[in-house]
Design a protein around this ligand. Structure first.
Ligand code: KIV
Ligand code: NA
Length: 265
């Protein structure tokens, strides 16, 4: 089957069909999600937290992310692979943003890019889409700006709803094919979704967006500890991997592994 295209996602919205999206940063998860029918995979700058162990997404670089993008693209045949532009790689203006986006397309093999911000990055979105590269926007809570926002806080409440709506209109007008709404009140996300022709992708934005995205380690319970309210864990991979690891360690210590069947004559 052919790869998903951005126009398929617009068509899905017109038919009222919702779609799931996940992050992926490596070949095994990418292949599993692709085979399971996830139409869009995001190589998120959340690799900063979930792969590289940083506290925030601020330190991760284009050179850190490019090999992960290549792995996800190589491992998939159906999913549209979106590469996240990391902090510092597009803020200077349209020229820098386009240069970075081109690297993710040429060197990473990505099918689209994503960046954070509304009105303030409309010129960047226009430059990138103008060069033939699809752009997914990301508004509401934008993790790369957490030091200005003051932590993980819901955005677009009360009077801020109008500003969020203006940001949504600005990114759509600039040519984005979809927009992530992160940590915004459900009613506001519903309003944005209704107003825009392009699909909205919610994370902590309630049930009325066109699509939903989660970080895969949150979705599958590989990350332990307190999760944000918007996370649902569909598996307990941390528990399963801990059990497997303890069993292996016990069998090595007890002399049960390797057995005859694992041994060459
Ligand atoms: O980097 C990321 O994981 C993201 C999504 C959660 C939208 O930007
Ligand atoms: Na991101």
């Amino acid at each position: 089957s052919r790869r998903v295209r951005t126009r398929d996602l617009i068509a899905a919205k017109q038919r009222g069909e919702r779609w799931p999206m996940l992050t992926s940063y490596d070949q095994y998860t990418a292949a599993i999600f692709d085979q399971a029918g996830i139409p869009v995979l995001l190589v998120g700058d959340s690799a900063a937290n979930n792969v590289f162990g940083y506290e925030t997404t601020v330190p991760v670089t284009v050179d850190d992310l490019l090999p992960l993008v290549r792995a996800v693209v190589r491992a998939t045949s159906g999913a549209l692979v979106v590469a996240d532009l990391p902090f510092g790689s597009y803020e200077e203006g349209p020229t820098q943003a386009l240069r970075t986006a081109v690297r993710f397309m040429k060197e990473g093999g990505a099918h689209a890019v994503k960046l954070e911000g509304g009105t303030r990055v409309a010129a960047q979105i226009a430059a990138i889409t103008g060069a033939g590269i699809p752009v997914m926007a990301h508004i509401g809570f934008t993790p790369q700006s957490e030091h200005v926002i003051g932590g993980y806080r819901v955005q677009g409440r009360g009077e801020d709803a109008d500003r969020l709506l203006a940001d949504a209109r600005a990114v759509a007008e600039a040519g984005a094919f979809a927009v992530v709404l992160e940590m915004v009140p459900g009613e506001v996300a519903k309003r944005v979704t209704h107003e825009l022709e392009i699909p909205t992708v919610g994370i902590g934005a309630g049930p009325d967006t066109d699509a939903q995205v989660l970080v895969w380690q949150d979705m599958a319970g590989l990350r332990t500890g307190k999760a944000p309210r918007f996370v649902k864990r569909y598996a307990d991979l941390a528990g399963e991997l801990t059990r497997a690891t303890r069993a292996f360690a016990d069998e090595v210590r007890g002399g049960e592994f390797p057995a005859g069947e694992h041994t060459f004559d």
